[in-house]
Design a protein around this ligand. Structure first.
Ligand code: ZN
Ligand code: CU
Length: 494
């Protein structure tokens, strides 16, 4: 071995495989892990990591950072929490075609002008020319594709010509290296699509290693039918499936996750590659327009009351942020549905935090072997974004693993590193192995914890000491270094 750029000494090594940790050293050379274990020889720099844990960088498989990567390339809200890779393009909202992507995201993504890009290829090349601080992989957003291809995107069925156009855009994304396609079946315009349309598009991915990720049609009383639809799409199109933010939403649906998990188990036993991701909170967050999408308050999001829905960010209306629809309805002297419509007229991109889940369900899903971690953070940095944007990974490590004992720390680390890397096809990431990319997090297992609350969310977690992306130190002493060494991760055939 040549002289290492850096040797981190005497850390508690969590290797990302789920194996019990061992104390040892790790050497970095040329952006890669050069040795793990007992590292001799000299190095340009050494770090004494006694008492700290060293793990692969956290992979956030569920993000909406498509535009944030351009507008906030330091990605402080992610890297300060240990995230080194973001998968964008979730819930049917993809980065291309640009015009439709921007139209769908405007409002809930943070403000500011952006020059566009040509297709998924152009998006990824733009990020390569001006790299962010984290690595990025993208999904193709089915909603964005549908909006671009159909004259009337609210129509249930595309014409043959529109279907051909959708296929062309999906194929362009796959050729550019997208890791899959996502749907958002509660959102416009994806919610108008029939199962057959999705199967036909997903078939383009068969055999490519790309996966089908889905924000399902109904996460409430229709949860089981929705899981069945996701599984059927995977089976019929012969593609792996990723169920996004697995949950049972709304009081009447609480407890149903044991059945949805059983369906995942059964599908796995019959040979389907199906898993899920989860954020570790009992509140969700989405665009307010989805709360009233079917003409009733709450609707497909699951028997929500006006107290359950709290405004997170509303452009030009900071006075609404942090207030529930119930409170605003009284102030405006309107019914909840009319209140939501009044808010959406004033600020169409308004986002909300939805207090819709049950803590037991959160734990049941998290404990299940099919679940990996993804933040689903919405980078509306001007308002009060759901605290998951900052704290997801630290909260799983500190609260759910260490404090509540849901699983051992090595398993918590596995669910945010080796497991997602295998699912999404990041073949040289997610593990502490010779030759793997040096995406690393050094954290204090005794103190790591999320800090932000719903009322005051914009705080990085405690206990994340240092973060390396491709061997470059992006976080030192819990501060951003300013470095932007992120890479674009394109799909490789598995
Ligand atoms: Zn979603
Ligand atoms: Cu999402």
């Amino acid at each position: 071995m040549a002289q290492a750029d850096l040797v981190i000494r005497d850390a508690l090594l969590y290797d990302g495989s789920g194996a019990a940790p061992v104390t040892g050293d790790l050497a970095i050379e040329g952006g890669r892990i050069a040795a793990v274990g007992s590292v001799g020889g000299s190095a340009k720099r050494t770090l004494d990591a006694r008492g700290l844990a060293l793990a692969p960088g956290f992979i956030d498989v569920h993000t909406h950072d498509d535009f944030a990567l351009r507008k906030h390339p330091d990605m402080a809200f992610k890297v300060l929490g240990g995230v080194t890779t973001c998968v964008v393009g979730n819930c049917g909202f993809g980065p291309a075609p640009f015009r439709e992507a921007w139209q769908m995201a405007a409002g809930f993504q943070s403000a500011g002008e952006l020059s566009g890009w040509e297709g998924h290829r152009g998006y990824l090349e733009t990020l390569e020319r001006e790299p962010p601080s984290v690595n990025v992989a993208t999904l193709i957003g089915h909603g964005t594709v549908r909006l671009a291809a159909m004259a009337a995107p609210k129509n249930p069925a595309p014409s043959d010509a529109e279907m051909a156009k959708m296929k062309a855009i999906v194929q362009e994304g796959l050729d550019a290296g997208a890791v899959g396609m996502s749907t958002g079946l509660v959102y416009e315009p994806g919610r108008n699509a029939a199962t057959d349309e999705i199967v036909e598009l997903a078939k383009l991915m068969a055999g490519s290693g790309a996966l089908y990720a889905t924000h399902m049609r109904d996460e409430s009383l229709g949860l089981l039918d929705s899981v069945d639809e996701a599984i059927a799409i995977g089976v019929r199109a012969a593609v792996p499936v990723q169920i996004s933010h697995h949950k049972a939403s709304g009081r009447r649906a609480w407890g149903m996750v044991s059945q949805s998990l059983a369906r995942i188990d059964a599908a796995q036993r019959s040979g389907l590659d199906v898993h899920a991701d989860q954020y570790p909170y009992t509140a969700g967050s989405t665009i307010l327009s989805a709360v009233v999408a079917d003409g009733r308050f709450g609707g497909g999001l699951g028997t929500l009351t006006a107290d359950d829905v709290v405004i997170a960010s509303s452009k030009g209306h900071a006075d609404w942020e942090g207030k529930s629809i119930a409170v605003l309805a009284r102030e405006m002297n309107l019914e909840p549905l009319a209140t939501a419509h009044r808010i959406l007229e004033a600020a169409p991109g308004t986002t909300a935090v939805l207090h819709a889940m049950n803590e037991d369900d959160v734990r049941t899903v998290m404990r299940h072997p099919s679940t990996m971690i993804g933040s689903d953070g919405i980078p509306a940095l001007d308002g009060r974004p759901h605290p998951r944007l900052y704290g997801t990974f630290a909260r799983v490590l500190g609260r759910y693993s260490r404090d509540l004992g849901l699983f051992l720390m090595e398993e918590a680390v596995y669910r945010m590193t080796g497991f997602p890397a295998a699912k999404f096809g990041f073949r040289d990431r997610g593990l502490l192995r010779d030759g793997f990319a040096a995406d690393l997090v050094l954290f204090d297992p005794k103190t790591v914890i999320d800090v932000g609350s719903y009322e005051d969310p914009k705080h990085p977690p405690k206990g994340i000491a240092r973060v390396f992306v491709n061997g470059v130190e992006v976080v030192a002493a819990a501060q951003h270094s300013g470095a932007r060494p992120g890479c674009v991760l394109r799909r490789t055939t598995r």
